[in-house]
Design a protein around this ligand. Structure first.
Ligand code: AMP
Length: 104
């Protein structure tokens, strides 16, 4: 079984407050929010970070940003920040690609 906490959320083995999902992506509230609204948007398949994407990932990456837009719409947000941590030196703690969507 995977040790990835976000894969466990995708599999329904760890609870999360889901904001939005489709067949490829899922968005849920960050368990330790750093802003008034703090949601994480992840691909359902495991990929460590943006540093790990290749040409083979180009087919779903556009859909990823459309999914982020759908999450913002579902939350009724017209403005927000996006943050990606890439690598431990940047503060990345969970090694499953995620966008932090923040509204302070
Ligand atoms: P990062 O530092 O970019 O790797 O961010 C990982 C984020 O995941 C942190 O903001 C954590 O608070 C959040 N997090 C870790 N475990 C969970 C969980 N089980 N449910 C929701 N958010 C989580």
């Amino acid at each position: 079984m995977t040790e990835c906490i976000f894969c466990k959320i995708v599999a329904g083995l760890v609870p999360a407050t889901v904001v939005w999902s489709n067949e490829k992506f899922i968005a849920f509230y960050d368990i330790h929010p750093k802003a008034k609204i703090h949601v994480l948007i992840i691909p359902k398949h495991h990929i460590e970070s943006l540093n790990h994407i290749t040409d083979a990932d180009s087919d779903w990456l556009g859909d990823y940003f459309l999914a982020i837009q759908e999450v913002a719409k579902a939350l009724n947000l017209s403005h927000y920040q996006l943050r990606f941590h890439n690598g431990a030196g940047s503060g990345q703690e969970v090694f499953h690609l995620h966008a932090h969507l923040l509204q302070h």
